[in-house]
Structure formats: structure tokens, C-alpha cells
Design a protein around this ligand. Structure first.
Ligand code: B12
Length: 412
């Protein structure tokens, strides 16, 4: 799936609002990055270059792909033709603000949301004043300059630059990303989202989100992807959003990621009527003990109810299992497979081995158990997979998937 650069489009809108000129370059769809970069820089002559780093790797334990070497080449290509400051940002970057900056050789980076921080940085650079104290700013070799701040009122963030993202030149149908909330108060043992977006849950007003969508619809977009970590962290917010979409009758279809603990029949029905054609249901395990070890706040019964409600409403939904975390045994794995089998899922995606992210409980456990060494900053992907099931999982899960056409192993 091609994720359009929503973050960059939001930064662009904020930078424009602050009175600067901005030129956006999407390297996802480019064959010759160097030429594209050279052309963009020589025509636009920027004072600052910002680069959005979405992915560090593909989280695949079996054959991990480290993705920063291409970004390093992009940084080098910018350097070759320009001496202005190069600033990094983006979800992947935000998990590793110091080590990614060091590895990529850019000048500075902003951890987390950039709509306030990036224009504030531009302002100081323009005035030639010291950068010390700037919230969320990292300077290469000099660390964090000021405590991170989070946007409190999301409706004050301008809509993304609507002319961008545009999607692949091939014209193939893509899903337009839309964000309706930020932050996650949960503490799932392995998850990097609080590091990226913070713990404080903040919502856009459903009216504003629907207005943004309707502008895309006017421009011809019909398919959307809600990119909130979970669409229904606030059940009432999710319901209001769906109701407004139904009232506007925009004739769109969309995908979202659902939290299994907060799905009732009414939400399932609203999702279907509002155009939700695909939902990801990330329950991750079918064993209560493992759910608790992952610090999940829902029960297997809730997952069962959620899947049944989605089925009844006709929302195609895919379950997720994440195998190999601390405490995983053959027995818990078998329970998970049997549980998945017993649900009304339309598809199941299985991941074996968990990518270890900084500042997580999983990192702590992995360090205590000596899975990762003291000096390892985790930028190069490291995985946790309980010894007891390491080899067994691949075989057992592989055999199970072979019999079930709607099941797949991640990144196979
Ligand atoms: C939704 C989502 C998806 C959707 C995308 C749907 C779509 N149409 O876009 C789907 C399910 C398809 C997906 C797929 C994958 N994803 Co994903 N995804 C996310 C998620 C939850 C949100 C991303 C998002 O759109 N956020 C909203 C936008 C507005 O935020 P943003 O881009 O981060 O931008 C903000 C800031 O970062 C910053 N910023 C951004 N750019 C810049 C630039 C500058 C200069 C500055 C200053 C600031 C700045 O300001 C922006 C506005 O506030 C994140 C987790 C998270 N919470 O971020 C994972 C995440 C990005 N995904 C991740 C991964 C690994 C993947 C996959 C590789 C998984 C896989 N094995 O297939 C694929 C890769 C797809 C691809 N080709 O790139 C990882 C990346 C970490 C890593 N290890 O690399 C994340 C962080 C989740 C995690 N595990 O921690 N993903």
C-alpha cells in the first residue's frame, strides 16, 4: 500500500500559514531521486530543507529490511547541491530522534508533530537567533534543545495542503489518509506510538474532519484511510464522525484501525453506513495471559463481540496476531490460533517476532534478558521472540496458514 505523505502535507500547510513559501517533493514515486532533488533545489532555492522519514524498517524478523540507506542518499544528494540546514521529522524519525539524526547526517530533527515546532524553527533560523529551548528540536551531536510540546487544540492545525499529496503518477486508486485524533494513553508493551504522538489523547472535531474529507471528495477522491492509531479510542467521537459522514452522504469508502475493546453494535452499524469497507482489528493474541503481558485492556470476550458485530454489520475485517512476546509458549500460541479460527474474521494477518522499540516495556524485558546489548540504540531492527517458540512458530503457523486462504504471514 502506498501511504501518501500526509504528515508532509500538514507541515506544508502550517509553514505556508506562517508566511513562508514551500515546495513539496514526493520521492515515493520518483525513479531518479538525485535528479529530482537537484532540479527542485536549483529552481526553488530553499533556505531550509525538511525531510519526512516515515519508515525505519519493515518490522519483519525473518528478513528485515532497513530503509534508512535510501534516506541517507537523499540527505547526501541535498548536501551536494545546497548548504542550507537539513531538518528531519516523521513517524519513524520520531522513534529514534538522536540515532537516526546521527546515522543520516542531517543537521537537526523535530520529534513528533511538526505544525508548531517547524515554523518556530524557521522563525528562529530566519532571525538568526539561538535554537536553544526550542521544543522537540534535536541538534546533531548536541541532543534535545527543549522539552517537547504537543498541540492542544487539533482544530487549530490547518488542513493539509490539499494539492498534495497527489498520489502515484500511474493514476492507480489510492487511499487518501485522514487523521482525526492524536496520542495514545494506552501502554501496550511493544508499541512506539506514545513516543511518536505522546500519551495525551486529542481529538479533532468530527465536523472539521468531515469538512476536510469533503474537500478531497470535491477534488475527485473517493477512497480514504483513517490513519489514527485506533479510530475508536473514543467511542462517542467515532460514532459522531460516522454519523456526520452518513449525513453528508459523500459516497466514499474507507478503511480504519479499530480497538477491539470499544466496539458495540451501534458503532458497527454506523461504520457500515458511513462507508467503512475494511477494518483492522488488532487483538494480537487469543490468550488472556498474553493479552495482560502485552498490557492490553480488553478481554477475548470483547474481541469476540467486536468481530461478531462487524460481521453482522457487513464490515470486512482483518484480525491481527503478534506472536513471540515475553511469556509466549506453544500452548498460548495454539490458543491464539484456535481463537482466531473461532471468530468471524474475513482475514487474519500474523506476525512472528516483535520489533523492539525504545521506551517500551518490551525493551526493558529484552535488556534484562540480554536479548539486546547495553549500547544498542535499536535503530537497526532488533526483535523479541520467546526462545521456546522461535523455531516451532514458523513451522506451525506456516502449516496453519497453508490451509487457510484468508490467513497470511506479515511481509511474506
Ligand atoms: C496509519 C499507519 C499505517 C497505514 C497507512 C495508511 C495510509 N494510507 O497512509 C498502513 C496500515 C497501510 C501502514 C503500513 C505500514 N506501516 Co504504518 N503506521 C501508521 C500509523 C499508525 C500512522 C501514520 C500516519 O499517517 N500518521 C498521521 C500523520 C499526519 O503523521 P506523520 O506522518 O507522523 O506526520 C507528523 C509528524 O511525524 C511530523 N512530520 C512528518 N514529516 C515531517 C517532516 C519534517 C521536516 C518535520 C519537521 C516534521 C514532520 O509532523 C506531522 C504532522 O503532525 C503509524 C504510527 C504512528 N502513530 O505514527 C504507523 C507506522 C508509521 N508504520 C510503521 C510501519 C513499520 C509500517 C509498515 C512497514 C508495516 C509493514 N510491515 O507493512 C507499512 C509500510 C507502508 C509503506 N509503504 O510505507 C511504523 C514505522 C516504524 C518503523 N519501524 O519503521 C509506524 C511508526 C508504526 C510502528 N510500528 O511504530 N501504516
Amino acid at each position: 500500500m502506498i501511504p501518501l505523505p500526509l504528515g508532509l502535507a500538514m507541515i506544508a500547510a502550517a509553514v505556508k500559514k506562517a508566511g513562508h513559501l514551500v515546495e513539496l517533493v514526493d520521492l515515493m514515486d520518483e525513479e531518479d531521486d538525485r535528479q529530482t532533488i537537484q532540479k527542485a533545489i536549483s529552481t526553488f532555492r530553499p533556505d531550509v530543507i525538511g525531510i519526512s522519514v516515515r519508515n525505519i524498517d519493515d518490522q519483519n524478523m525473518e528478513k528485515p529490511r532497513f530503509l534508512l540507506d535510501k534516506v541517507k542518499r537523499v540527505v547526501d544528494d541535498c548536501r551536494r547541491v545546497s548548504s542550507v540546514p537539513i531538518v528531519l521529522g516523521g513517524a519513524g524519525y520520531s522513534i529514534f530522534p538522536e540515532s537516526a539524526l546521527e546515522y543520516l547526517g542531517a543537521d537537526m530533527g523535530i520529534q513528533g508533530e511538526g505544525e508548531e515546532a517547524f515554523p518556530a524553527l524557521l522563525d528562529r533560523l530566519q532571525r538568526g537567533v539561538a535554537l536553544r529551548g526550542l521544543p522537540g528540536l534535536y541538534l546533531r551531536g548536541r541532543g534535545l534543545q527543549g522539552r517537547r510540546k504537543f498541540v492542544k487544540i487539533l482544530d487549530e492545525v490547518p488542513f493539509p495542503d490539499i494539492s498534495f499529496p497527489r498520489g502515484p503518477a500511474s493514476g492507480e486508486e489510492i487511499s487518501m489518509p485522514v487523521q482525526t485524533s492524536r496520542g495514545c494513553p494506552m501502554n501496550c508493551s511493544y508499541c512506539s506510538t506514545p513516543t511518536i504522538e505522546g500519551h495525551a489523547f486529542r481529538k479533532r472535531s468530527p465536523a472539521a474532519a468531515v469538512e476536510e474529507i469533503s474537500r478531497h471528495v470535491e477534488a475527485g477522491v473517493k477512497t480514504f484511510h483513517f490513519v489514527d492509531n485506533v479510530f475508536n479510542l473514543s467511542l462517542s467521537h467515532a460514532k459522531e464522525l460516522c454519523t456526520r459522514l452518513i449525513d453528508r452522504n459523500l459516497k466514499i469508502s474507507w478503511r480504519c484501525i479499530l480497538y477491539p475493546g470499544r466496539i458495540d453494535d451501534e458503532l458497527a452499524d454506523l461504520l457500515a453506513r458511513a462507508g467503512c469497507v475494511e477494518a483492522s482489528l488488532g487483538f494480537e493474541s487469543g490468550c488472556e495471559r498474553i493479552l495482560r503481558a502485552m498490557n492490553k485492556n480488553f478481554s477475548l470476550q470483547a474481541v469476540r463481540r467486536a468481530s461478531a458485530a462487524l460481521k453482522r454489520a457487513g464490515v470486512w475485517h482483518m484480525g491481527f496476531l503478534l506472536f513471540g512476546g515475553p511469556g509466549e509458549t506453544k500452548e498460548s500460541s495454539e490458543q491464539s490460533l484456535a481463537f482466531a479460527d473461532s471468530l468471524d474474521l474475513d482475514a487474519l494477518k500474523i506476525t512472528i517476532g516483535i520489533r523492539i522499540y525504545p521506551f517500551t516495556t518490551l525493551e526493558k524485558v529484552a535488556r534484562e534478558e540480554g536479548v539486546i546489548s547495553a549500547g544498542d540504540d535499536l535503530l537497526f531492527p532488533r526483535f523479541y521472540c520467546a526462545e521456546e517458540v522461535k523455531d516451532w512458530l514458523k513451522e506451525t503457523v506456516g502449516a496453519r496458514v497453508a490451509d487457510r486462504p484468508s490467513w497470511m504471514i506479515e511481509a511474506e
